[in-house]
Design a protein around this ligand. Structure first.
Ligand code: DHB
Ligand code: MG
Length: 620
């Protein structure tokens, strides 16, 4: 796939954008006119810079409002276009994008449009240039690629072709099967963007909510496969208008864009049952372990909490200051080594989660998938006689270990041979239900893409949750069977718990861990007896619960005594309780799912309010 990106997609000044685009590895870039107008360099200098960076100038854009104008405005539009041909000469591109006319003066006169496009073709050809015609979703008379294609086809001029932009087509739900009518030699360039399906006018939706393929809701795999079936072999150029991206780092956006294009190519190949250039997404079967970095004092705090939750310290590492805690299928590892990544992590963040190990069927296929997506592998010095579990760079500098069956067996048996206590004989907690990761709001789409492209996970819609100090956005990625679930949370409000976590912790990371059980009342009673510091829920919640769900009073009383929250979806029920934060950062949740698929979003605001009470005490 020949990859390109419009400069409007990336933050910064034009020169810096181009450097970031080249560094990420794109073959080309579209120059967005506004970026050029505000740049200190001349068009000639930008053209030279692109050649120096090895970037093709794939297109100059946009040019607006030309076809179907009344006579009084027509000549002026053609004159404007002629001037742009000179700029394009300097930039080193022969292609300019013409947006379908949005002017209120544009006439609904098809023959006039055909005549104008023909004359434009003649003028462009005389200058050695080509014009790609794009139907904007809000175009006045042409707003659908089928109409744009019909014009281009009927004009039948070698210098006039079509631009397909996934946003305009998929936001209007134009069937991708219609792309089959388009001739590949007439398709001058393809622009790619994803977006969430939201109720909004097309212009604002397009200008503010576009995102990278895989971050939104559009069926891009089918759309791209339909384009490939025409035989098109030109540029695939990202065009992402998004304020969130413009606030981020140019290098991150450029890298994510390329990752997203590769992911789309992979999904398109699979949709068309062709060979993909990369191995399939990893199918994780659960969380194998969660590793905490903690110096001794904080390790003791973690130990107390783990004990209250019913865990036992079962083994010590053969040579390192690392202890494995276990219960049911859950492994928590506390790393107090005075050197290595965990130690560095502890110095930067304080006691917290520094790594997660996910169970994967095939380690080398998993690593190959990561490599194809340019997800960096982490390596540190391995002492003689030691071995390494392969890991990837994850959120906030933490690690994502890839654990297959052979590694799992060797890891626990050989690395942790020093037996301590026996594991609980009747574990009340059985497995990791979900891991909640907190990050800057601007990073959320980036991590969403990371997980979605790497793992065979689905995305849930983004939810808005009311924190007493502002809004928190939350979105989950989960395997179809629910074996692995991560929630991603971010907030723009400086005072929300989410933002305070990032400040106190110096960056993104795991904020809470939810563990599942089969009997929430037994689990809560045991935790209470063992002195778990519960997050206390006020009485109003329980009064409302009784009224809302028509639950028996004695059940609600029991829930109130144990600080258990409740949600219901049809016949499916969800029970949850929370601990207070350990080491002022990480807290735990225990859940029981009775056929319930969500995360108790209805209770999130209650939980955040209950936590706000401890702001002063639980945080520095
Ligand atoms: O929002 C716009 O005006 C605009 C401009 C150029 C494009 O290619 C496009 O898709 C939209
Ligand atoms: Mg476009």
């Amino acid at each position: 796939m020949k990859t390109s990106i419009a400069t409007v997609s990336v933050s910064g000044a034009l020169g810096d954008k181009l450097v970031a685009i080249a560094d990420a590895g794109y073959g080309g870039a579209e120059i967005f006119e506004n970026d050029l107008l505000s740049a200190p360099q001349s068009a000639r200098e930008i053209g030279a810079l692109m050649r120096e960076l090895g970037l093709a100038c794939t297109m100059f854009q946009p040019f607006r409002d030309l076809e179907g104008l009344p006579d009084t405005m027509r000549a002026r539009a053609f004159e404007r276009m002629k001037r742009k041909f000179e700029v394009m000469e300097h930039l080193g591109t022969d292609l300019v994008l013409l947006c379908s006319n949005c002017s209120p003066h544009a006439l609904d006169d098809r023959q006039r449009m055909l005549d104008d496009l023909h004359e434009l073709g003649e003028m462009a050809a005389a200058h050695g240039k080509r014009v790609g015609y794009e139907a904007l979703a809000w175009g006045r008379h042409v707003a659908d690629h089928r109409d744009a294609w019909a014009l281009v086809r009927d004009v039948d001029h070698p210098a006039i072709g079509l631009v397909l932009d996934s946003f305009h087509s998929l936001s209007r739900r134009v069937p991708s099967a219609s792309i089959g009518d388009i001739r590949a030699d007439k398709l001058f360039i393809v622009q790619v963007a994803d977006a969430p399906y939201i109720e909004m006018d097309h212009l604002n939706w397009s200008r503010h909510f576009r995102c990278m393929p895989g971050q939104g809701d559009f069926a891009l795999a089918q759309w791209a496969a339909a384009i490939q079936r025409t035989g098109y072999d030109g540029w695939w150029s990202l065009e992402i208008f998004n304020d969130r991206f413009r606030a981020g780092s140019a290098h991150t956006i450029a890298r994510d864009g390329l990752r997203a294009l590769r992911f789309m190519e992979d999904q398109a190949a699979r949709a068309a049952r062709r060979d993909s250039p990369m191995p399939p997404r990893i199918q994780p079967s659960g969380v194998e372990f969660i590793e905490f970095a903690a110096a001794h004092e904080e390790a003791e705090d973690f130990g107390k909490l783990f004990t209250a939750l019913g865990f036992s310290p079962v083994a010590r590492h053969r040579s390192k200051d690392v202890v494995r805690w276990q219960q049911g299928g859950i492994n928590l590892v506390v790393n107090s080594e005075p050197e290595g990544l965990a130690h560095s992590f502890d110095i930067v963040h304080g006691g917290s989660v520094c790594a997660m190990g996910i169970a994967v069927p095939d380690q080398s296929a998993a690593l190959a998938r990561a490599e194809a997506l340019d997800i960096p592998r982490f390596r540190q010095a391995v002492a003689p006689g030691e071995w390494e579990i392969p890991s990837l760079r994850g959120i906030g500098g933490s690690l994502l270990y890839l654990v297959d069956q052979a590694t799992r067996d060797a890891m626990w048996a050989d690395e942790f041979p020093v037996a301590l206590q026996s594991a609980p004989a009747q574990p009340l907690l059985t497995r990791v239900d979900h891991i909640a990761q907190t990050m800057h709001y601007e990073e959320m789409l980036s991590w969403l893409l990371y997980y979605h492209a790497l793992l065979e996970v689905n995305k849930t819609p983004q939810l808005e949750i009311a924190d007493p100090m502002g809004l928190v956005y939350s979105q989950a990625v989960e395997t179809p069977d629910g074996a692995l679930r991560f929630t991603l949370n971010g907030s723009l409000a400086a005072g929300s718990l989410t933002s305070r976590f990032i400040q106190a912790y110096f960056g993104a990371g795991v904020q809470h861990i939810a563990l599942s059980c089969n009997d929430i009342f037994a689990a809560a009673e045991q935790a209470q007896a063992r002195g778990l510091p519960f997050l206390e829920i006020g009485p109003n919640y329980y009064e409302d619960l009784e009224a809302r769900f028509d639950l028996p009073a004695d059940l609600v009383d029991r829930m109130a005594r144990l600080n258990i929250l409740y949600d219901r979806d049809g016949d499916a029920e969800y029970f949850q309780f929370y601990s207070r934060a350990v080491a002022k950062r990480v807290f735990f949740e225990v859940v029981e799912r009775r056929g319930y698929a969500g995360y108790g979003a209805a209770n999130a605001a209650i939980r955040l309010n209950a936590q706000a009470k401890f702001r002063e005490r639980d945080e520095d």
